[in-house]
Design a protein around this ligand. Structure first.
Ligand code: SF4
Length: 287
């Protein structure tokens, strides 16, 4: 069976389970990236009911926001329900720039509080589909599967012996299907080109990833992002200034004199020791 048919079969199975367990269609989460665009097209071809959801991180590039809006318009015209979630924290609207002073540290590879609050807060009690792939990182290769129930049951292939456990598990936390988990980058791009799937225009500018601007998980390319979107750099700098004020007010240990120093530390650009050296920095425990 080819990879398209395998992915469609995974989606059809997940759809049946979603309707049975949660009484609602699968929810395809989209970041505006190419992998989620492929998942939406596969779900359409699978002939299953599905909805599409985007979590607005507030640090997405404007091009990504426009692309998601225009794709949602196209999908809604085809009868697909689409939702854009705006982030909240402790019941109030929030954004990346408000979270940094509240948390007392910039988001880092080891302290990704922003993902938890801005991106992963809206799909509990549902069966979601993501475009996660093993080819993206070794960590994903080791920790992610075709189907997942919470962090406990992970099926790494279509005939995994834990399948019955997954299907009968009564825990109603989020279940996940990753239908293209075994696709390579080449598979994804070949499929996009052969099936003429619309993609985020930032790929045409040479960007390999289209997530949040300044994401600490993006080890390369952050400097190019800030050169391309300088208003985002200014927003981070203002957030770092406010963060330092809060740290000083609360008497927390502070390594930096000003926002510029925070920025160099965070960017790991060699001007100051990088974020990994200070990842044990005292966070504001009240948050
Ligand atoms: S900046 Fe990175 S870690 Fe933070 S929400 Fe965005 S993707 Fe997640």
């Amino acid at each position: 069976m080819d990879k398209e048919q395998t992915a469609i079969m995974r989606l059809q199975e997940a759809s049946k389970m979603s309707l049975q367990i949660y009484g609602q269609p699968l929810i395809i989460t989209t970041s505006g990236g190419k992998d989620s665009s492929v998942c939406v097209e596969l779900a359409r071809r699978a002939g299953i009911p599905f909805e599409v959801m985007h979590n607005h991180t507030t640090a997405d590039a404007p091009e990504t926001i426009y692309f998601v809006r225009s794709e949602f318009h196209r999908l809604e015209n085809g009868g697909v329900r689409c939702t854009i979630n705006k982030p909240t924290y402790k019941g109030k609207p929030t954004c990346m720039w408000k979270l940094i002073p509240i948390q007392g540290v910039p988001p880092t590879r080891l302290a990704r509080y922003c993902c938890e609050i801005l991106k992963e807060n809206n799909s509990r009690d549902s069966f979601v589909v993501t475009g996660i792939r093993w080819a993206e990182s070794t960590k994903r290769k080791n920790n992610r599967g075709v189907y997942e129930a919470g962090r406990e049951i992970i099926l790494t292939n279509d005939n995994d012996e834990k399948r019955q456990m997954f299907e009968t598990c009564t825990v109603k936390s989020a279940r996940v299907c990753n239908p293209i988990i075994d696709w390579t980058d080449r598979d994804v791009w070949d499929y996009i080109q052969s099936e003429k799937i619309p993609t985020n225009p930032l790929y045409n500018e040479g960007f390999c990833r289209v997530g949040c601007i300044g994401c600490p998980m993006a080890t390369k390319g952050r400097a190019a992002q800030f050169a391309r979107w300088p208003t985002y750099k200014r927003a981070y700098m203002r957030a770092f200034e406010k963060m330092l004020d809060v740290r000083k007010r609360k008497g927390l240990k502070t390594l930096w004199e000003n926002a510029d120093e925070v920025f160099h530390w965070w960017m790991e650009d060699g001007v100051l020791p990088g974020q990994m050296q200070f990842d044990d920095l005292e966070a504001d425990d009240e948050n």
